[in-house]
Design a protein around this ligand. Structure first.
Ligand code: B12
Ligand code: SF4
Length: 475
């Protein structure tokens, strides 16, 4: 019997914190769930399209015709995008009352019972659950016999190739939505990882889309990094990057392994340099076991860029404390500027949420869409206006002492690693004056007009050699 072809639209919904329908065309990291979900639909019987609102903006504004196209819509999105799940569902149902809507991901996991009112399929499991949905809605013939992640449809992935190699997290920080959901930390099979790598093709940077890449220990990390290394040697990837926790730096062996396999940078949730009491209160004790500055030094000296975020909790920390934290960063030449400064979020279901709720500290009128870390959602110790002012300014926080990137650049240059030096300088667009001071004679910086970033220029006549490890070498 000939099967009727089905049209499937998979949307990563998104609610930008500035509450405007903008396109964040260069956002990184970025979602990979749509690519994996698409991989379970039989290519022969299903035409699949992906739409990512992070890059492409609100679908009803930028591609309204798409709303009436599908037979099935699969939605995924962050907790703060919960409203968008509802909006898009309403739009597609208005355009086509027969459309089937399946939704999953962080938003749905945050409100599992409430979600059931709105979607035909409320999925609380991982991406594989979509197989049951396809089977139930269309029939088992529409499920792909083989899992083929659809990187070919992921128009937002260019330089980066995102893949998940573990799921959830083995820590239980009180403010983290993963703690609220409570699913087990799980290292995925090598087969699953390899399938994703096989289908993503050539990428400059392979990105471990894990909450922390460490896995169940050194052996697990080693196995996965050796796969990356093998593919680097074959020319598929140049570098890799990913998320780690402080525990990663406890053993220099991990840093060395990372460096030797082409790690470009790791992203760490530092949260605070100063407040070990708060870290303990939110069950993030792993971040106060060692001196975090010492860990940064190890990472940078090991040749890996250190990127991190801070979290402030305005109902436990005063503005004075927050400023002190920023002062620590500005005054210490070994601490790089943070990539993000966030306010703690009362994600439903977390110990943090229940604590703040029982103390009456969640601000009235807080909506799901406010749970994006740039909106004040808890009652602060200081006046609300002052804290809001701080949040606004913190978004543009430019540390007064830009020591870190020149330092990395300097270390990199002393190791003849021009690429890493270049990267270090590009990582911080405001470090130019200091970078210039430490550069070797003959090197200079050129400003890229578009991005306002600086790029390292080689001395005239020098040549860039590729080494076996993929690093650059100037002579
Ligand atoms: C890429 C990313 C982003 C991107 C894009 C996210 C997006 N989806 O639009 C950007 C940079 C925009 C972003 C922003 C933020 N993020 Co973010 N982000 C990530 C990151 C690094 C990767 C997400 C990912 O693709 N993972 C891999 C995919 C495969 O997994 P997944 O999406 O989690 O989906 C799994 C399940 O949920 C399920 N699933 C998902 N969808 C569906 C659908 C169906 C139908 C089914 C069956 C299953 C299913 O299957 C997957 C497992 O196989 C994660 C950390 C992580 N490692 O996951 C943090 C993470 C999701 N972000 C987080 C946070 C806190 C934020 C911010 C609030 C600020 C911050 N502190 O970073 C902002 C919010 C901004 C806003 N306005 O909403 C938290 C959780 C947030 C939440 N609960 O909403 C995470 C988990 C990081 C952490 N450990 O704290 N983020
Ligand atoms: S270490 Fe990170 S991902 Fe893990 S529970 Fe803590 S905040 Fe969440």
């Amino acid at each position: 019997m000939k099967l009727i072809p089905k049209k499937v639209l998979i949307v990563n919904v998104y609610f930008p914190e500035m509450r405007e329908s903008i396109k964040r065309v260069n956002e990184a990291p970025n979602t990979s769930a749509p690519v994996l979900l698409a991989g379970f639909f039989c290519k022969q019987h299903c035409e699949v399209k992906l739409y990512n609102e992070v890059n492409s903006g609100a679908i009803e504004i930028f591609d309204p015709d798409l709303l009436s196209w599908p037979d099935m819509v699969v939605l995924t999105g962050l907790t703060a995008a919960f409203d968008r799940l509802l909006h898009v569902t309403a739009y597609v149902r208005t355009a086509n009352p027969d459309v089937i809507v399946a939704a999953g991901g962080h938003g749905v996991r945050a409100l599992p019972r409430y979600s059931k009112r709105f979607f035909d399929y409320t999925c609380l499991g991982d991406v594989e659950e979509i197989k049951d949905v396809i089977s139930d809605a269309f029939g088992p013939e529409y499920v792909s016999k083989e899992f083929i992640p659809r990187y070919d449809l992921a128009y937002w992935m260019k330089t980066f190739g995102y893949a998940e190699s573990t799921r959830n997290c083995n820590f239980k920080c009180a403010f983290c939505s993963l703690t609220g959901v409570g699913m087990k930390y799980d290292v995925q099979s090598m087969e699953y990882l390899k399938t994703q790598m096989d289908h993503m093709g050539k990428r400059t940077i392979f990105f471990f889309q894990d909450n922390q890449v460490m896995g169940s220990g050194y052996d697990s990390l080693h196995e996965r990094l050796m796969e990356v290394q093998k593919r680097r040697e074959a020319g598929q990837f140049k570098y890799w990057a990913g998320f780690v926790t402080d525990t990663f730096f406890w053993d220099d062996k991990n840093i060395k392994l990372a460096r030797d396999t082409g790690c470009m940078s790791v992203f760490v949730g530092v949260e605070s340099f100063d407040d070990s009491v708060w870290l303990k209160s939110v069950n993030k004790k792993q971040n106060s076991r060692n001196n975090q500055v010492e860990l940064i030094r190890r990472c940078m000296d090991g040749g890996v860029l250190f990127q991190y975020g801070l979290v402030f909790d305005p109902c436990e920390q005063t503005l004075e404390q927050m400023h002190r934290e920023l002062d620590i960063i500005c005054k210490n030449p070994e601490i790089p500027p943070p990539n993000f400064i966030f306010m703690s979020i009362p994600f439903p279901g977390t110990p943090f949420f229940h604590d703040r709720l029982s103390k009456g500290l969640i601000l009235p009128g807080t909506r799901m869409r406010d749970l994006e870390a740039s909106t004040l959602t808890v009652k602060p110790l200081d006046p609300v206006e002052d804290v809001v002012d701080f949040i606004k300014n913190a978004r543009n926080f430019l540390p007064l002492a830009f020591h870190e990137t020149p330092r990395t650049a300097s270390v990199a240059l002393s190791q003849n690693d021009e690429r890493r030096a270049d990267l270090a300088i590009r990582a911080d667009r405001v470090c130019y004056p200091r970078a210039r001071e430490i550069l070797k004679p003959g090197f200079n910086l050129r400003q890229e007009t578009q991005s306002n970033q600086y790029q390292l220029n080689r001395p005239p006549g020098s040549r860039l050699h590729a080494t076996a490890s993929g690093r650059g070498r100037v002579s």
